[in-house]
Design a protein around this ligand. Structure first.
Ligand SMILES: [Fe+2]
Length: 300
């Protein structure tokens, strides 16, 4: 659509800027300066999006409908807005902004929509699978500070999908499986049984799936195991380990893969002795992951 003569274009720009200025001015009395800053910036950016793209009313309605569908499909077990944030890279960008490189600390990655608070406690060497289907996987490592000191009593939350690509919360039977928390021992070591991670699609039967399809994108995540590690005095770490050489590493739908988080998952035949002295009757894997936590407030 042509904006006509220079005069017409100037008048158009003036009328459009007037709307933006009105909205920004409406926040002039905001008591919380941070909230005011965020709202002003949000309004400027959203208005710029509308202007730059000459957004049609039909497209605006389509956007509203999309967000409405995201809201309707979201429950306490399905979080479409986190998915949306993830597939647009907003989650990874927020992580990058808030987790500046801190010397040699372990890198963070997306939280994802499947964390559940108050997952069961397992003892060191216990099994977080709790019935989740998959080949057994022995996961072990240490928790240290960036100064090399071991961290005893660090709390590790771990969660993962089963071999069919589903988290427990995606089943309708209220099961708890493939998730637990445990604590590092006096030497800062940890170990547990899990299932070997496999690739899975993010839930793509809702509006975010439609968005991916419209964008010619696939829904797959590179195989991974989630960690959230906390210890007093240290920055909380939310991350994954990824199976080195696993599928979808270059096209992870939420942009979560980082080179430093690729871990070898070593395959062992059935019957070979595991580190805990057991002899699994199926083929199993083992993975080692040393975790380094930044001190609170630490940056490079
Ligand atoms: Fe995941």
């Amino acid at each position: 659509m042509s904006a006509g003569t220079d005069d017409e274009r100037l008048e158009r720009d003036r009328r459009e800027q007037f709307v933006t200025d009105q909205v920004i001015n409406s926040f002039a009395g905001t008591p919380d300066p941070r909230f005011q800053q965020l709202m002003e910036s949000l309004v400027r950016h959203v208005h710029s999006f509308v202007r730059e793209n000459r957004l049609t009313e039909a497209e605006w309605a389509q956007g509203i409908d999309f967000l409405t569908r995201c809201g309707h499909i979201t429950t306490d077990r399905r979080q479409e807005f986190i998915l949306l944030s993830d597939v647009l890279g907003v989650s990874m960008l927020t992580i990058a902004v808030n987790n500046p490189p801190a010397s040699n600390a372990t890198e963070a990655t997306v939280f994802g929509p499947f964390f559940v608070a108050d997952a069961p406690h397992v003892e060191l060497g216990g099994d977080i699978a709790q019935g989740a289907a998959g080949s057994p996987c022995w996961v072990s490592g240490t928790v240290h500070g960036t100064d090399g000191r071991s961290i005893a009593g660090a709390r590790l939350e771990v969660w993962e999908a089963d071999q069919d690509g589903f988290y427990d919360v995606q089943y309708d039977d209220d099961r708890t499986a493939g998730r637990a928390h445990l604590f590092s021992d006096a030497e800062g070591s940890y170990r547990f049984w899990a299932v070997t991670p496999t690739p899975y699609p993010i839930p793509d039967d809702g509006p975010v799936g439609d968005l991916l399809t419209a964008g010619g994108r696939g829904p797959m995540r590179a195989p991974h195991l989630h960690f959230m590690v906390t210890a007093p005095g240290y920055r909380r770490l939310v991350t994954h380990i990824f199976v080195r050489g696993g599928d979808y590493q270059d096209s992870d739908v939420v942009f979560g893969v980082k080179e430093s988080l690729l871990v070898d998952f070593i395959e062992h035949p059935a019957g070979t002795a595991a580190p805990d002295g057991s002899h699994p009757d199926r083929a199993w894997t083992s993975a080692h992951f040393d975790i380094i936590l930044a001190t609170e407030g630490e940056s490079s």
